[in-house]
Design a protein around this ligand. Structure first.
Ligand SMILES: O=C([O-])CC(=O)C(=O)O
Length: 160
């Protein structure tokens, strides 16, 4: 299966595109799948708990509120993402262990990097709700397509 977000966007003008605020950190830049969402604040306990469950080739979308005070994702979470077959993770926030993650076979888009880890279980998280960031609305079960050019979000599958 191969696609380009440019072609998907051309063929499906009704699909959403994300503002160009993300960089690629994973070993894969092209990844797609149905969305699972989390809303968190400077605490990644629920990100870990979610990545410990079967990914079934879905994309985990983490709305971290754009906080630049700590990293919500790191190399150990990357190991879990690969082991449990998550296609990719989009973090509206920061990551760390970027060198390690660049060697891991999954996709990761995030705003940037920070050395400091997040809290663990201090701030509660919400799962499976609609989240909005980067000019797009992410609804659980919608389809996300990512590549080096960006992110397209569609209510339904649009790949060939
Ligand atoms: O534990 C964390 O907060 C993130 C991290 O560094 C890792 O996954 O290795």
């Amino acid at each position: 299966m191969s696609y380009a977000t440019t072609d998907l966007s051309d063929a499906h003008p009704e699909a959403q595109t994300c503002d160009p605020v993300f960089s690629d950190f994973g070993g894969r830049t092209t990844f797609f799948g149905p969305i699972k969402t989390l809303k968190v604040f400077e605490d990644n306990a629920q990100v870990r708990a979610t990545l410990e469950t079967p990914g079934e080739n879905r994309v985990l979308v983490v709305d971290g509120g754009g906080s630049t005070r700590c990293a919500l994702f790191g190399g150990n979470l990357g190991v879990l993402a690969v082991k449990n077959a998550w296609a990719g993770v989009v973090v509206y926030g920061l990551i760390r262990d970027s060198g390690e993650i660049s060697q891991q076979a999954f996709g990761l888009k995030a705003l940037g990097k920070h050395p400091r880890k997040s809290e663990k279980g201090l701030h509660s998280a919400q799962a499976d709700r609609v989240v909005k960031f980067a000019g797009a609305t992410f609804t659980p079960g919608a389809w996300l397509y990512a590549d080096a050019d960006g992110i397209v979000v569609s209510d339904k599958p649009i790949h060939a």
